[in-house]
Design a protein around this ligand. Structure first.
Ligand code: AMO
Length: 550
């Protein structure tokens, strides 16, 4: 059957189909040129419909009297032609209570299986839920041509199915819903290209399944990361990916809900800024109407200025940019920063207290609200649930260094921990304290950004902390220097051109509260909570040193 989009040479005298009773026409003003174009499209589509009817002629050449029950939805009906008041049911809502009821479903064709010429099974998928639909030839209901039409549909096409819900006697293995839909009408809204760049079944397979098949002498396709990311809009259709990005959404919601309930105000800071916010080389520079500018590496400077602006407690969820040179499993050039800044009364522990309560409540909420998503992720990428305690463990950097030394790791007590020693420490902490989530604080000043407050008792250390999940960093935070002279001095010592951040330094000249805060990498939280091996899995459209599209 020809697609209504394809131009069809067959002439037609057919009049446009009249609107069904009860339909409302929604008028749209168009130019004459556009009107002519639409009219040409409409004629082509009518011609295609006529061709479709011709192809729906049975073997004895009689037209199929049931032809109206199936076919491609005409072009004009895909262009907001009418508001019909029809109600579509989500696949997730198809339960046994609907037995015997007629439902209209719009979903993707996940799989089609023909059994002889008289029966076809179609598995439909929507938002991670699937249902098996059955098309059985029956007098006055379903013709053999309709079965043929169904089997002509390509996988991933979008269809409307009108059918009756039934309960099969046996368990349905290939679908999430334990009901079937007996198809009465089947119309295709949009056909997917017959060859997909990624087969969803291949993209959904776990490593364990691939290896098991290999042991049995079968080679199953493995979809590599670049292919997935090049066609991310198809890759995200897998259950695991649907799960990952719904978990990601829940992390953002939990973060926002907790902080709002603690009196924080959500803010939005500029991403085009004059000087670099974190220093170092990882800055994207560009010309802002002829002036040198940077893409913000974090909202650091402006979230602190908001504290000087009397907001008391602020947070932001937004993109941050790092011109990373290294191509690692946990660095992106653009990621989502979850940032917090707050006045403190006397000690940076007040900031760590917020981290503690925020993350324990966040993990609890993910485990409670995202069971289905976490299961879907675990089916493809098996992982153990995160082990965390009600009160988050706090160790000083010195204590951490001591643990590493005792385990035979050669470590500079005033240097930063590299990825390997962070992982090792995570393992040692887990063995000793039974938690995979902990805070390491009082870092050496030399490895922290210029705005970090040194320790009162030893300026070689600082009032700062990092937070780890499964031995990898998800958060950095600290008390900030709020005295402008000291801040300018530290900036200079760290090689920052003070002129480029003069407005930030000036903001502390007019009465500045004690304050501190922290920054969280959203993609890292999801990656490490689910023990995934690469941050690209938890970024919807990742930006890394080699990728800026799609
Ligand atoms: P930091 O630079 O440590 O601190 O960043 C905070 C958190 O952001 C995440 N992160 C990254 N995620 C993906 N790709 C990257 N390239 C990347 N770099 C960092 C990590 C990290 O813990 N202004 C401070 C925060 C503060 O003190 O408030 C800052 O940006 O999870």
């Amino acid at each position: 059957m020809a697609s209504p989009d394809s131009s069809n040479p067959l002439p037609t005298n057919e009049q446009p189909k009249e609107e069904e009773e009860g339909q409302e026409s929604v008028g749209v003003k168009v130019s004459k040129k556009e009107a002519n174009k639409l009219e040409r499209q409409r004629r082509r589509q009518e011609a295609a419909a006529a061709a479709a009817r011709l192809s729906a002629v049975s073997i004895d050449n009689a037209p199929d009297p049931l032809a109206a029950n199936y076919g491609d939805i005409p072009l004009d009906e895909r262009m907001s032609k009418s508001v019909t008041g029809r109600k579509w049911t989500y696949i997730s809502d198809l339960t046994a209570e609907l037995k015997g009821k007629e439902v209209l479903i719009r979903a993707r064709v996940q799989a089609i299986r023909e059994v002889g010429k008289k029966i076809a099974f179609i598995v439909l998928r929507k938002c991670g839920f699937t249902v098996q639909c059955v098309l059985t030839v029956a007098p006055d209901l379903v013709s053999p041509q309709m079965v043929k039409y169904a089997t002509s549909l390509s996988k991933e096409s979008i269809v409307d199915v009108l059918g009756v819900v039934s309960i099969p006697n046996v368990e349905i293995k290939g679908a999430t819903q334990q009901v079937e839909v007996q198809i009465r009408k089947l119309h295709c809204l949009d056909r997917a290209a017959p060859t997909l760049p990624i087969n969803i079944e291949d993209a959904s397979r776990s490593e364990a399944d691939i290896e098991k098949a290999a042991q049995e002498g079968k080679q199953l396709p493995r979809v590599n990361q670049d292919t997935r990311l090049n066609h991310r809009y198809i890759d995200t259709r897998t259950d695991a990916n649907q799960g990952i990005f719904r978990v990601q959404s829940e992390v953002g919601n939990a973060f926002r809900d907790f902080l709002l309930s603690e009196g924080f105000c959500e803010i939005h800071t500029p991403k085009s800024i004059k000087g670099s916010s974190e220093g170092g080389a990882a800055v994207f520079r560009f010309l802002y109407k002829g002036q040198e500018a940077c893409l913000a590496q974090s909202p650091q400077l402006h979230k602190q200025m908001a504290i000087c602006g009397d907001f008391n407690r602020v947070f932001e969820i937004g993109p941050v940019y790092r011109a990373e040179d290294s191509f690692t499993h946990r660095h992106l050039c653009e990621f989502i920063g979850l940032d917090v800044e707050m006045e403190i009364n006397e000690h940076y522990f007040e900031v760590m207290d917020i981290v503690d309560r925020l993350f324990v409540s966040l993990f609890d909420r993910l485990n409670k609200n995202c069971k289905k998503e976490l299961d879907a992720i675990g089916r493809q990428y098996p992982f153990e649930p995160l082990k965390y305690s009600r009160k988050t463990l706090r160790l000083t950097f010195e204590e951490g260094v001591q643990m590493l030394k005792e385990a035979g790791v050669d470590i500079d007590p005033f240097g930063d921990l590299n990825t390997e020693s962070e992982r090792k420490l995570g393992q040692l902490v887990f063995e000793k304290y039974g938690t995979e989530f902990y805070i390491l604080h009082r870092y050496p000043l030399a490895v922290r950004p210029f705005y970090t407050m040194p320790c009162y008792d030893n300026p070689a250390y600082s009032n700062s902390f990092d937070v780890f999940i499964r031995g990898e960093e998800i958060i950095s935070g600290a008390q900030r220097i709020h005295m402008p002279e000291m801040l300018a001095k530290r900036a200079e010592e760290c090689g920052i051109d003070v002129k480029t951040i003069s407005t930030y330094i000036d903001s502390f000249r007019y009465g500045a509260p004690l304050h501190g805060g922290f920054g969280v990498g959203l993609e890292r939280v999801v990656m490490l909570f689910c023990a995934l091996n690469n941050i690209r899995k938890t970024s919807l459209f990742p930006r890394d040193p080699q990728r800026i599209a799609p």
